[in-house]
Design a protein around this ligand. Structure first.
Ligand code: GDP
Length: 475
């Protein structure tokens, strides 16, 4: 064999090795709004770009073994999907005073190319390096709250909403759109403008439930986080009192053009083209998933907000019910094999409270896990701070040394004054009546930390999350 032939064989072997060693993974990140998705992805990308150099990732085996060679951003695969604004987030964090990255409101993605030295001797001989193309996809957890709609008719959905109005605080907020609905002759020919007005009032009601009552379990999810559907007629529907929704007109032709007929059609369209579409276009392509949960803010907001968050998180978990007879398996063929539950913003409590936070999160998701068959899915639960804004240490209180945290509160941005505080004990179980009576928890938002562009962002356990989510891909 002549020399040029030999070298071409070697090139082909190299290409083959590269081909086989180049792996691809789609990691999805979700959670209710405010859970910390944007901060998590910004920090994750930042750690992968800078963290290994800065020796900030000791819990990630690949970095610890010095086999991680580095990461760089490359063009995202889906050009029609919004890009995750990593640079915008970093600019906000490096502004003076620093601010938190602006949250995203729909699906966005970012691709990183991770280079590493493979573990296997054979591969190392063939080719020194290997690549993992990592797509990180961000989407609102609220969108997963719509999954049950797929099994409901419009009338059944109305019954469900009616039963949720038994909460007296909701009844009060609902009074305006309910009055508009009561006046409607549902069998008369629908007026599009009136429908849009009532739908807007219903959407206002949902926003108020979120903002005033701290509620998360909002349906339909797209009404509060419409993404690219803002203002589209598919969102111009609303629930009727169940008795009305269950009384179709006998005249089929008239029914089709009536308010009730149009509401039914829009509900079905929403299911088919919005809910199903999200699962088909995005969800079924995810390989791994992180569900972020902010347990601390609802602890502060009170009993109802906490229970509502728990309900919403467990509803989100239905999307990971891969049991053979599950709705999801029947309609789609999802392939997620690892699921991480992470309690975010752990820097809001002292380090000695982190294990309680993990236990609390385990209890929050316990019901969902019991009902959901995580067939073939490995799960883990942890507490993390994507971007650590406080320092944990000891403080003296009445002559006693107690664990405390120190940082700049969001309310002190002007003075830049540091505050030391003890936010209270995190309950290690679902809080009981006495906890709410004493209301022993104080959660105050902190300003983003002051950081250098040349250093990776400070964090708690992002490396542990990387190890769980990606660790096995670097063989
Ligand atoms: P998203 O709506 O799920 O994308 O939530 P964001 O990532 O925008 O987070 C909402 C807010 O939570 C931020 O503006 C911060 O105030 C706070 N936050 C998020 N992550 C952290 C964290 O790791 N530490 C602290 N102290 N606050 C955080």
């Amino acid at each position: 064999m002549n020399f040029s032939r030999l070298s071409s064989v070697k090139t082909k072997a190299d290409d083959l090795a590269k081909l086989t060693m180049d792996k691809h993974m789609r990691l999805a990140v979700t959670g209710l709004s405010g859970a910390g998705k944007t901060a998590f992805i910004t920090s994750l990308v930042n750690q992968l770009l800078l963290g290994a150099e800065n020796h900030q990732l000791p819990l990630w085996k690949l970095a610890r073994e010095h086999r991680f060679l580095g990461a760089k951003r490359t063009q995202q695969p889906h050009l029609h999907v919004a890009s995750f604004d990593y640079q915008g987030g970093m600019d906000a964090l490096h502004s003076q005073p620093p601010s938190w990255p602006s949250p995203t409101h729909g699906v966005s993605e970012i691709r990183l190319k991770l280079r590493y030295t493979p573990q296997s001797m054979l591969w190392r001989k063939l080719n020194n390096t290997a690549t993992l193309n990592l797509d990180i996809v961000d989407y609102p957890g609220e969108w997963l709250l719509d999954l049950p709609l797929l099994e409901q008719s419009y009338a059944q959905w109305c019954e469900h909403i009616e039963s949720s109005l038994q909460d007296s605080r909701k009844t009060e907020l609902a009074s305006v759109w309910q009055a508009m609905v009561q006046d409607l002759d549902i069998h008369s020919i629908a007026d599009e403008n009136r429908m849009a007005d009532i739908a807007n009032t219903y959407t206002d009601y949902l926003h108020q439930c979120k903002q005033q009552l701290g509620m998360h379990h909002i349906q339909p999810g797209r009404f509060v986080l419409p993404g690219e559907l803002a203002g589209a007629p598919v969102l111009a529907f609303f629930p009727l009192p169940a008795a009305l929704a269950n009384s179709p007109s006998k005249d089929k032709k008239q029914h089709k053009q009536s308010y009730l007929g149009l509401l039914e059609q829009r509900f079905e369209y929403y299911k088919e083209h919005v809910v199903k579409q999200f699962y088909q276009q995005h969800f079924i392509k995810f390989d791994r998933q992180t569900v972020l949960v902010d347990c601390l803010s609802p602890l502060n907001s009170g009993h109802d907000s906490f229970c509502d968050m728990q309900l919403a998180v467990n509803q989100i978990l239905h999307s990971f019910n891969y049991g053979k007879t599950s709705l999801l398996r029947r309609l789609f063929a999802p392939k997620i094999d690892k699921l991480l539950f992470a309690a975010t913003k752990a820097d809001h409590v002292s380090i000695d409270q982190h294990s309680n936070l993990v236990q609390l999160l385990s209890e929050v998701v316990a019901e969902g896990k019991r009902h959901v068959k995580f067939e073939g899915i490995t799960t883990d639960t942890m507490a993390l701070a994507s971007i650590k804004a406080t320092q944990s240490g000891k403080a003296q209180l009445n002559g006693e040394s107690i664990s405390a945290i120190k940082g700049i509160l969001q309310s002190d941005v002007e003075s830049q004054q540091q505050t030391t505080l003890f936010p209270g004990e995190v309950p290690s179980q679902l809080p009981q009546q006495d906890f709410w009576q004493q209301q022993g928890f104080e959660f105050s938002p902190f300003q983003a930390p002051i950081t250098s562009p040349y250093q990776a962002l400070p964090h708690h356990r992002i490396d542990q999350a990387i190890e769980f989510l990606l660790g096995d891909k670097f063989k």
